[in-house]
Design a binder for this molecule. Structure first.
Ligand SMILES: NC(=O)c1ccc[n+]([C@@H]2O[C@H](COP(=O)([O-])OP(=O)(O)OC[C@H]3O[C@@H](n4cnc5c(N)ncnc54)[C@H](O)[C@@H]3O)[C@@H](O)[C@H]2O)c1
Length: 251
């Protein structure tokens, strides 16, 4: 086999939840590598501000990722106006901490649609062209909650992230022979507003005591793992979920 060029320069990545804590770090990291970026978020102001801060070719897409028709039509628009997609990072997500007996049907459906359905819709949109080109990278930002049952995270969130893992396995299996890899990253307690604002002071203190590395994960560390999985040199890794849990669980 010929040697594989590890460069990402000139590739096109679509990142959902682009202007959130983790999404922003991913976009900054990929932009620094010369990746052209489609920034997807529902936060129009935030995503425009991010676009103007990046030293890379960018395209802004303001869309609710839980809306199947909106995702399909935005994708067609992106392809017409900007480019086909080489790398898809499904990062948009919402947290809900309600456990079983306090999760109502509306909340359940909302969390599922944003965290899980969106990854299906974007994957369905990009995969046909990835298959035609014989190259694609799909990276799903799931969560440690999927295997831990959610330490502080609620039932809907935890289940949505478990569903994302199964979706990763299913698409990875189906397209392994066509140059498309599909992997997940399962972080826990990344220092973004999800942790700084949505955990109580008491939860933050006990979590830090519990974490063997004695600190929270940083968004830049997650971005580093995205870059690794996006690499052409990572083509033999598919259907893998990379834990980033600071030593909470080994397996
Ligand atoms: N922060 C953590 O500790 C942690 C741990 C594990 C997994 N994660 C996952 O990482 C991802 C990013 O988390 P974060 O901490 O950066 O959160 P964040 O709240 O900072 O960012 C989430 C982004 O998603 C966008 N978004 C939400 N709903 C949307 C919708 N319907 N349509 C379009 N955009 C939407 C938001 O506008 C926001 O920019 C999420 O999927 C989250 O579940 C986070």
């Amino acid at each position: 086999m010929d040697s594989i060029d590890d460069s990402l320069a000139g590739r096109v990545a679509l990142v959902t939840g682009a202007c959130g804590g983790i999404g922003r770090a991913i976009c900054q990291r990929l932009a620094a590598e010369g990746v052209r970026l489609v920034l997807v978020d529902r936060d129009a102001e935030g995503v425009e501000a991010l676009a103007s801060s990046l030293a890379s070719d960018t395209f802004v897409s303001v869309v609710d990722v839980s809306d199947a028709e909106a995702v399909a039509s935005q994708h067609e628009y992106i392809v017409r106006q900007f480019s086909e997609i080489d790398i898809l990072v499904n990062c948009a997500g919402i947290l809900s901490n309600n456990k079983l007996l306090t999760t109502d049907p509306g909340e359940w459906r909302h969390v599922m649609s944003v965290n899980l359905d969106s990854a299906l819709y974007w994957s369905q949109a990009v995969v046909p062209r990835m298959r035609d080109k014989g190259f694609g990278r799909i990276i799903n930002i799931t969560s440690f909650a999927w295997k831990a049952g959610g330490l502080t995270a609620g039932t809907a969130y935890t289940t949505s992230k478990g569903g994302m893992v199964s979706l990763t396995f299913s698409i990875a299996r189906e397209f392994a022979g066509q140059g498309i890899t599909v992997n997940g990253i399962a972080p826990c307690y990344v220092m973004t507003p999800m942790v700084s604002e949505q955990l109580t002071e008491e939860q933050r203190r006990t979590t830090l005591e519990l974490l063997p590395v004695k600190r929270f994960c940083t968004p830049e560390e997650v971005a580093h793992t995205v870059r690794f999985l996006a690499s052409p040199l990572s083509g033999f890794i598919t259907g893998e979920i990379i834990d980033m849990n600071g030593g909470l669980q080994f397996d």
